[in-house]
Design a protein around this ligand. Structure first.
Ligand SMILES: C[S@@+](CC[C@H](N)C(=O)[O-])C[C@H]1O[C@@H](n2cnc3c(N)ncnc32)[C@H](O)[C@@H]1O
Length: 322
């Protein structure tokens, strides 16, 4: 027999977090009959494995500096940009209709059939991300007192949105998928959060209607868009970022062997799986310079996993004073 206290310590020591509720303690305590079995249960969980992989990751060799250049189309004429965005939309509508929470964080515990018992951990991870954002801002010495309006690009099911809403006067939460937005809306309504304005991005033209804002927040979103769409989104949104406002965003910047050709891509059938795209770092830095944004911090992150021969970056940039 093992006690609920044993299970509590397993949560703290192996998963590094508090259990969702007392019910899960009772459940696990009755599920196993020894500490050995309890340990096996935890170390074989998807959550523990994901954690351990990210801990080991930094010790693995990173992408070699001598890798080849990527051949990437970075621009496209308006009709092709619309067609590219339509493909992104189709993909995320499918994911939103089938596995909305798993499509945000691809862990088994967030599949439809497991989500209810893991929802607390899912939303707690959003608050943790917002705290990392606080830390980045503070490290860079950014004065946030005059920031009023935040735009979150790709809010998904609202995992981070509630945390952003507690930090800024208003949040405009934008997503391409109606199903994700619907879940985000009801999640925030459950907490009586009423300073978030949800908005579905349905076309390239919609971007013109965005009002000025002080903070742009976007993580694990741009990566699912073809490079010309990444350029479009960053150009249009950074143009609306107010002077001395900041953008905190993540984008993959290198994968050995990645290539992207608009014409070839548009000939392919719409895919139902999550795509991953890469935007060359040199082009990204030039785009930021053209948009009058100074890079305050740039980090390699683990947003795209650790096994790929690729680099993802998280950046904090600040719009120069007019
Ligand atoms: C992996 S989820 C991440 C959601 C959220 N950022 C989070 O961290 O919880 C990606 C989200 O971005 C949305 N998305 C992808 N491309 C988009 C685009 N071009 N414009 C707006 N939303 C987009 C998807 O519909 C999906 O909800």
């Amino acid at each position: 027999m093992i006690s609920q206290e044993d299970v509590l310590y397993a949560y703290r020591l192996l998963l590094g977090r508090e259990p969702e509720n007392e019910e899960v303690l009772r459940q696990h305590a009755s599920q196993v009959s020894s500490r050995f079995e309890l340990r096996e249960l935890f170390i074989n969980s998807v959550e523990f494995r994901a954690k351990i992989e990210s801990l080991i990751a930094p010790r693995q060799p990173r992408v070699p500096v001598g890798g080849p250049a990527m051949a990437v189309d970075l621009t496209a004429p308006p009709d092709q940009l619309s067609a590219l965005l339509a493909k992104v939309s189709a993909q995320w509508h499918y994911l939103g209709a089938t596995e909305p929470h798993w499509s945000v964080l691809t862990l088994e515990s967030y599949l439809k059939e497991n989500f209810d018992q893991n929802s607390a951990a899912f939303f707690a991870s959003g608050e943790a991300e917002a705290k990392s954002f606080d830390a980045v801002l503070s490290r860079a010495g950014v004065d946030t007192t005059h920031f009023r309006r935040c735009l979150e690009l790709g809010c998904g099911v609202g995992r981070v949105t509630a945390a952003l809403a507690s930090r800024f006067e208003t949040v405009q939460a934008v997503d391409i998928s109606a199903a994700h937005l619907q879940l985000a809306r009801s999640h925030l309504a459950g907490f009586n959060i009423d300073n978030v304005d949800f908005w579905q991005l349905t076309s390239v033209a919609d971007l013109q209607g965005v009002n000025g804002f002080d903070v742009l927040y976007s993580r694990i979103v741009l990566q699912h868009n073809p490079p010309p769409v990444i350029a479009l989104l960053l150009n249009q949104l950074l143009a609306k970022l107010r002077p001395s406002g900041v953008a905190f965003f993540q984008v993959p910047t290198y994968k050995a062997g990645y290539r992207f050709t608009v014409a070839e891509y548009l000939e392919q059938k719409n895919s139902t799986h999550m795509e991953m795209h890469y935007f060359p770092q040199t082009a990204l830095l030039s785009l930021l310079a053209r948009q009058n944004c100074n890079v305050l911090e740039i980090r390699e992150d683990d947003a795209i996993g650790i096994s790929v021969n690729a680099v993802s970056n998280t950046l904090l940039v600040q719009k120069a004073m007019a």
